[in-house]
Design a protein around this ligand. Sequence first.
Ligand code: PBG
Length: 321
Amino acid sequence: MIIRPRRLRKNEVIRNMIAETAVNPDSLVYPMFVVEGEGIKEEIASMPNQFRFSIDELLKELASCVAVGVKSILLFGIPNHKDEMASSAYDKEGIVQRAVRAIKAKFPNLYVITDVCLCEYMSHGHCGIIKDGDVDNDPSLELLAKTALSHAEAGADMVAPSDMMDGRVAAIREMLDANGFTNTPIMAYSAKFASAFYGPFRDAADSAPHFGNRKSYQMDVRNGREALHEVELDLEEGADIVMVKPGLAFLDVLRQTAEISNVPVAVYNVSGEYSMVKAAAKMGWIDENAIIRENMIAFKRAGADIIITYHAKEVLEKGIL
Ligand code: PBG
């Protein structure tokens, strides 16, 4: 036998020397939930160690995040008021808008990305305006663009539309540019699948649809080629970053996206993926830190530049990478 791959696995020095993949700690983005009120730090039942924070508590938490090296967050708002036009999504005094102003005042160097969607703000829990029992695409674009603009006005560094309406990247780009926010990047949730892995998030954000499901706008999990079409469209519309979501069950889509994209690629390690790790760890069935590390490496190896993950803080805190 001439060829023996084991020669290069002999000890840690040689293994480290030839390691192909390293996760950049600066490319981790930490999703966080903000609610109305004061003094609130409420653990999300289905997402251990993730919380809904009121703005005051969020600022305290951010101090400890920044201290361990969190550079960027993805912010989700949970409003008190919901209606049929998602009016608190684009209210200057809305929860996200006030939170962003408070965060940027205290942590000017923390990079704040806002999730742009309407589901948390709609009384029915869908991601756009409802007409005849389904989301009406084009009128919803106007509300999404207004929402993105109000986030930028509040000081958001980047906006991230997650609604999956056709044409929303272009609509948001146009609205931002018309109002002087030509330098605010858009991270598009480009290939976002109608996935059961969002279950715990919908508890966290109180955004489950009250009737039907999201299959008329989010992608069918069976389709890979269609995901690339979505990515191409978002690139044409001016997306600065494209995203694949969820991550673990869609690593093939992530790899293919990385191959066709000439802009950075993000992956969203979603709530269900996080909760499964936490649940198995709690049962004592897995080595939690090793599993988290392996998942992060999988995203990187599959082609992700940016990893959005609820594990971000603990990864940095415990030096898991
Ligand atoms: C809003 C949105 C969702 C997620 C991110 N933005 C939920 C959904 O589409 O139902 C999911 C995030 C996660 O599961 O961690 N549309």
